[in-house]
Ligand binder design. Structure first.
Ligand code: EPZ
Length: 423
């Protein structure tokens, strides 16, 4: 775990050459670990990224009476057979919102749970009303007491649920209750993200009956009980892969990004091709060549999968600062996910915000400066900017980065970047 004062010192403008192996997806391993609460026997989760978030989730499972062992070769053994305390305390949930994903599996297994409401995050409120409304329609009694969701259910019953907006977390939580409810549940406006697809496929392997996986309408036929499975391997992290693709496009050089599922990156690849970046797609790797120049300005909008992911918005913004003209970014998932604009402007970018649309001036020459991370993905954009900047940049609060990227400075150093972690 990174100490609170760790910072990165980066010397910029060296091209990147070599290959990067992408780790397992943070946003897949967290729901899979939550789902292991329903597995009731030991399960081995393979290709787990060593991130503070996976460590936080394992701490939470242990607090509830489960047991998590970090095995060699990036795998963990989760044993929830003795898990008996359906309680997720504030001090853990406040450090990682995804802890809220245990609410559904706890209710499905124990018919009761007490889970702290998650706090906000760097870019504003992230409510959980869809989670709570959905649970109520499955027969769960919910009350909010001292910042905690206190939930009880005599009988879980299937129902028709429509989410006002597509929500990854709410889809996961509701699915993990509906699979053991009596009768059928249909969820419209459900999330189709690859991470949710993997969760549903794992639950079906355990005997659940979920259909429509990968679409925005899921129908779930409740079953009496599930049967434990022995192992599951986490899908590659499409956001880490996209971060390295954009870094190589911005900094320049020739990089091979290995261990990916290109189909999960279709929208990002299309935008990079539109920006005139030279990309060669193989079965589970992508080769990218760039001179860091002749990048065409390309407007994007973020959308739910398979649209352009909001978790790559900050990184794309950084790339457009180098493009041949002005471009825009419309953020449709979080209306205020723009804390990175001020930090990028300190490095010489010129980005303005006009009612939730960012306007980015191109052709910038970046100059190193002291900047600060505000959230996982903004930090990634700052790292890319620092690699493109002349001179030295320091990035403070790297604990944000360690939550979502597995040894990012080692992966970057291995392809020629000059980045050092300092205390
Ligand atoms: C997941 O968060 C990801 N986190 C986020 O990645 C990602 O940005 C987000 O999905 C969108 O793709 C994990 O998977 C651990 P949502 P989640 O519910 O589930 C609103 C990262 O950097 N909403 O899909 O919390 C919400 O405010 C992180 O890895 C409600 O209004 O996101 C947002 O505007 C950052 N009420 C939109 O829906 C609710 O009850 C999408 O949020 C729930 C959500």
């Amino acid at each position: 775990r990174s100490a609170i004062m760790d910072y990165f010192e980066i010397k910029g403008s060296k091209k990147l050459y070599g290959s990067v192996k992408v780790s397992g997806a943070k946003n897949a391993v967290l729901p899979l670990m939550a789902a292991s609460i329903l597995n009731k026997k030991k399960i081995k989760i393979l290709n787990v990224p060593t991130l503070s978030d996976s460590i936080t989730m394992s701490k939470l499972i242990e607090e509830m009476g489960g047991d998590v062992k970090f095995d060699s070769d990036n795998s963990i053994i989760v044993d929830s057979s003795k898990l008996n305390n359906p309680y997720a305390p504030y001090d853990l949930v406040k450090t990682m919102r995804a802890s809220f994903y245990v609410l559904g599996p706890l209710l499905a297994r124990f018919k009761k749970a007490k889970v702290s409401l998650p706090g906000g995050c760097a870019w504003g409120p992230r409510p959980v009303d869809f989670h709570l409304e959905g649970l109520k329609s499955l027969g769960v009694k919910i009350s909010i007491e001292n910042g905690y969701v206190v939930a009880n259910a005599k009988q879980l019953v299937g129902n028709k649920i429509h989410f006002p907006k597509i929500s990854v977390g709410a889809t996961g939580n509701i699915v993990m209750v509906a699979i053991l409810a009596e009768g059928t549940t249909t969820i419209t406006n459900a999330a189709a993200e690859p991470e949710i697809q993997q969760l549903c496929k794992m639950l079906n392997k355990m005997g659940a009956k979920i259909s429509g996986i990968g679409s925005n309408t899921l129908s779930i036929e409740g079953v009496k009980s599930l049967k434990p499975i022995k192992e599951v391997s986490v899908i590659p992290d499409r956001i880490e892969a996209g971060t390295f693709l954009i870094a190589a496009a911005a900094v320049g050089g020739e990089v091979e990004i290995k261990n990916i599922i290109p189909e999960h990156l279709e929208s990002v690849i299309n935008c990079l091709l539109k920006a005139n970046i030279d990309i060669n797609i193989k079965d589970n790797s992508i080769n990218i060549k760039s001179d860091g120049k002749n990048i065409l300005s390309t407007n994007i909008e973020t959308n739910e999968y398979p649209g352009f992911p909001t978790d790559l918005q900050a990184q794309w913004m950084m790339l457009m600062c180098l493009a041949d003209g002005t471009s825009t970014i419309k953020e449709n998932i979080y209306y205020d996910r723009f804390t990175h604009i001020m930090e990028l402007n300190r490095l010489g970018c010129n980005i303005k915000l006009e009612d939730s649309v960012a306007i980015i001036e191109g052709n910038k020459n970046l100059i190193g400066a002291d900047v600060m991370s505000t959230d996982i993905r903004a930090s990634a954009a700052l790292i890319i900017a620092a690699l493109c900047a002349e001179g030295t940049t320091t990035i403070s609060r790297v604990y944000h980065i360690d939550r979502g990227y597995n040894k990012i400075e080692k992966k970057l150093t291995d392809i020629g970047a000059n980045i050092i972690r300092k205390k």
